[in-house]
Design a protein around this ligand. Structure first.
Ligand code: F6P
Length: 539
């Protein structure tokens, strides 16, 4: 069957699914758990609380094949020009498997890749072990990692997830935002004499990063460091630009243009992590991701976890019209996951032009979230009772390594309770009989019962990591990367460009001039009034 017909069929299936109850799928399909609950190593992925039947899933799998998902996946792993608007291959998987022969657009890239990764790792090892020291012979005690977007979110997430008192002799502070409090906070309490500034920018043109770099260099100078080159490291796919800024060549670590910013954690963009946490942790992170790559590349479609997740995500957004999705990690150490996913998913798939240049009217959903249980006391009201349905992905850590079984159990209980409550809901009848049994008056019952109804029938995924170590985290992040790719293929977009960020950047530079000079006459009346207010206040 062709794509059009499969699509029509899925639209009809979704119409029926709107009237179906998730709980009934379990009753009518004895096979549901084996179709929707998958294990990858020690990680459990439960997709069974999705609002689709096994037949609907089969329809989605047919659609994936008809849309050439397997061919597109092979093209990506084979180094084809997948990122068509930037004429690039997409090969972040090569960064976690340097043993394979990788080609980008027909050119062998393995040997240069391996050489650069070894060079970066050797440098990191020397910083970590104190072989490379400051000019005064002291060990570096802190790193200020300056970068934004993909040059920040992945390293920041991994640092928060994996730092521990065993590896805290080099502390990393992150600085992304151009707003001046960010750098002030990042350097607060640090000694410039023992601080390494790591400037991370794929393009080395990003205004936030370069502005913060200049401020950080001023801080080094004020701290008595006259020649700052030994305190500076640059990570960039444009090394010439770093050289032009005065970075020493042997402190610049490159990566290739076929590594997209939001997929770049695995490259030298993660060097701060390697310097602070040590090479073993980074190797394990990459190994976990590589294992997920292998699964994604080879597992049959119906067993392939990122593919199942991607298809269910498309079902939710495109066929069920659920326009947002939330990531709720029940782990403080993973609290940055929703932000990481916001960039990964929304920068990749938030598009309205297909790969062929034709308009499309649906792509990826709005992604948001926060860590449980805090989120329960903030926005779960909306998730349970608003007419807007938001599919959730819960992430739990089975063994948090802490000696507090009661808190851990309660954390798990809360996560599972939310998934069950969202699915099961609570009907008006059941609310009323409960209130009656509690002896409440009929006046009270008729007044408040409708407010206590839970619609239920709301979908969620649950992922359980056995523990939050580097391997499992690597596998989890690669799972998200591949899910994002799968969604992009089915929406028909190029998930690897981000033209939508450009217009604001250009206008920001113009307005920066207007704010300085007051020459805002070319702007719209609203923006002109705002500029005037910032310059002078209202008179
Ligand atoms: O503005 C968006 C973006 O280009 C992201 O895609 C990227 O991760 C971020 O800016 C930072 O870019 P760079 O690493 O080139 O400084």
């Amino acid at each position: 069957m062709g794509v059009e017909n499969l699509n029509e069929e899925l639209i009809n299936c979704a119409r029926a699914a709107r009237f179906a109850a998730i709980e009934d799928y379990f009753k009518s399909d004895a096979n549901r758990l084996s179709a929707f609950l998958k294990q990858f190593g020690g990680i459990l992925f439960d997709f069974s609380k999705s609002k689709l039947s096994e037949n609907d899933l089969i329809g989605l799998l047919h659609l994936a094949s008809a849309m050439g998902l397997e061919e597109k996946r092979a093209q990506m792993f084979g180094g084809g020009e997948v990122n068509l608007t930037e004429n690039r291959a997409v090969l972040h998987m090569a960064l976690r498997d340097s043993g394979r022969n990788w080609q980008a657009k027909g050119q062998d890239v393995s040997s240069t890749l391996k050489a650069e990764m070894v060079r970066a790792s050797e440098f990191a090892k020397k910083i970590h072990s104190g072989i490379i020291r400051t000019n005064n012979g002291e060990r570096f005690k802190s790193i200020v990692h300056i970068g934004i977007g993909g040059s920040d979110l992945g390293p920041r997430l991994v640092y928060e997830a994996l730092k521990s008192s065993d590896n805290d002799f080099i502390e990393i502070r992150f600085c992304a935002n151009i707003e001046p409090n960010e750098l002030a906070t990042a350097i607060s309490g640090l000694d410039p004499k023992t601080t390494l500034i790591v400037c991370v920018s794929k393009t080395f043109t990003t205004i936030e990063t370069l502005t913060n770099l200049n401020l950080a260099r001023d801080w080094l100078k004020q701290g008595g460091i006259v020649d700052d080159t030994s305190h500076l490291v640059a990570i960039s796919a444009a090394p010439a630009k770093a050289i032009a800024q005065g970075f020493a060549e042997n402190r610049i670590f490159g990566f290739e243009d076929w590594v997209g910013g939001r997929f770049s954690l695995w490259s030298s963009v993660g060097l701060s992590l390697e310097m602070a946490l040590g090479g073993d942790i980074i190797a394990a992170l990459r190994a976990g991701a590589q294992a997920m790559d292998e699964h994604f590349e080879t597992a049959p479609l119906a067993e392939n976890i990122p593919i199942l997740a991607g298809l269910i995500a498309v079902w939710n957004a495109k066929y069920m019209d659920y326009q947002t999705r939330a990531s709720i990690p029940y782990s403080t150490k993973l609290k940055l996951l929703p932000q990481f996913l916001q960039q990964l998913d929304m920068e990749s798939n938030g598009k309205s032009t297909g790969v062929d240049g034709a308009p499309i009217n649906i792509s990826g959903p709005i992604v948001w979230g926060a860590e449980g249980t805090n989120a329960q006391h903030a926005f779960f009201q909306h998730l349970h009772q608003s007419p807007i349905v938001t599919p959730i992905e819960f992430v739990l850590v089975a063994n948090d390594g802490l000696n507090n079984a009661a808190s851990t159990r309660l954390t798990h209980a809360n996560a599972l309770a939310q998934g069950e409550a969202l699915m099961r809901g609570k009907s008006l009848d059941s609310v009323m009989s409960q209130m009656l049994a509690q002896g409440q008056s009929s006046l009270e019952i008729s007044k408040t019962a409708p407010h206590r109804v839970f619609h239920g029938n709301r979908p969620s995924n649950t992922i359980i990591l056995p523990k939050l170590d580097a391997f499992n985290l690597g596998a989890l992040l690669a799972y998200y990367e591949h899910r994002c790719f799968v969604e992009g293929v089915i929406y028909g977009v190029n998930s690897f460009d981000q033209w939508g960020v450009e217009l604001g950047k250009t206008i920001a530079l113009e307005i920066n001039d207007d704010l300085e000079t007051g020459a805002s006459s070319a702007r719209d009346p609203s923006t002109k009034a705002l500029i005037d207010f910032l310059r002078e206040g209202f008179s």
